[in-house]
Design a protein around this ligand. Structure first.
Ligand code: CA
Length: 243
C-alpha cells in the first residue's frame, strides 16, 4: 500500500537521497527532482500530494516553481531553505508556500511538518455551522463570538479578524505582510509594528481565561512572521504547564 506522494526538489544529490530514503521508510511515495525543470515535469506527470522544495536550484528560482504550482493547485508546499536566506523564505511564503524548514533540520521535525500540512489540506477550515476551532478556542463566524473553554472573550473587530485569519491557517507560517494585508488591507502591508501589538494583545486576551494555557498558539518566526499552532499543539502542551 502506498502513502501520500511527495515531490522532493533538492539539487544536492547526497542530501536528496538521504531525505528520499528516510521519507520512503516513513511510507511516502517519493518523486525526486534535482532541477526546477525536472520538478515541473514530475509535477505535471504525477500531481504529488505535497511538495518539498529547495529554493536554491541550478536552473530556475524555487519561487518560480511555487508560483507555477499555485496557479494550478493548493497542494501544500514546504520550503527547505539555507540558513540566512530570509528574503527567499519570505518570497516563497508570499508566493504561497505553506511552511519552511531551515537546513540542517531534524528528519523528525520534517515528518511532523509534513503531517501537519497534509492534515490541514485534508479538512475544511470551518465546520458546517461556520465555527473555527483550535484546542479550547472557538470562533463562531455567524455570531462573531469567541470563546476559550466555553468562556466568552471580548475582542475588538480587528482582533477578531486577526484571530479569524490565524485560525483559518492552522499549522502554517504567515508572513507579516500577508497578515497585515488580510486584516488591515493593502495600504498597511509595511506596518509590522501594528501587527506585533495586536498579536501580543490577542495572546494576552486569549490566555487571560483562567486555567487554560495557550502557550505556543501563535509562535513568532523572527524576521518572517508568525506560525499558527495546529491540532497537534494541545497534545504537546503539558496539562498543567506553568506558562
Ligand atoms: Ca540548493
Amino acid at each position: 500500500m502506498s502513502g501520500p506522494a511527495l515531490l522532493l526538489v533538492e539539487d544536492e544529490d547526497g542530501a536528496r537521497r538521504t531525505l528520499a530514503e528516510y521519507l520512503t521508510r516513513r511510507g511516502y511515495d517519493v518523486y525526486e527532482a534535482a532541477t526546477a525543470k525536472e520538478a515541473m515535469r514530475l509535477w505535471d506527470a504525477h500531481r504529488a500530494d505535497l511538495v518539498l522544495l529547495d529554493l536554491g536550484l541550478p536552473d530556475l528560482d524555487g519561487v518560480d516553481v511555487i508560483r507555477r504550482i499555485r496557479r494550478e493547485a493548493t497542494t501544500p508546499i514546504i520550503i527547505l531553505s539555507a540558513r540566512g536566506d530570509e528574503r527567499d523564505k519570505i518570497g516563497g511564503l508570499e508566493a504561497g508556500a505553506d511552511d519552511y524548514l531551515t537546513k540542517p533540520f531534524a528528519t523528525d521535525e520534517l515528518n511532523a511538518r509534513i503531517r501537519a500540512v497534509l492534515r490541514r489540506a485534508g479538512g475544511p477550515d470551518a465546520d458546517a455551522a461556520g465555527c473555527l476551532r483550535l484546542g479550547p478556542i472557538e470562533l463562531d463566524q455567524v455570531r462573531r463570538e469567541v470563546t476559550v473553554a466555553s468562556t466568552p472573550v471580548r475582542l475588538t473587530p480587528r482582533e477578531y479578524e486577526l484571530l479569524k485569519v490565524l485560525l483559518s491557517n492552522q499549522g502554517r507560517v504567515l508572513t507579516k505582510a500577508r497578515l497585515l494585508r488580510a486584516v488591515w488591507g493593502l495600504a498597511y502591508a509595511e506596518e509590522s509594528a501594528y501587527l506585533h501589538v495586536y498579536v501580543n494583545r490577542l495572546r494576552r486576551k486569549l490566555s487571560a481565561v483562567s486555567g487554560v494555557s495557550l502557550e505556543g498558539l501563535i509562535e513568532t518566526e523572527p524576521g518572517i512572521g508568525y506560525r499558527v499552532a495546529d491540532g497537534d499543539w494541545l497534545r504537546e502542551v503539558p496539562p498543567s504547564g506553568d506558562a
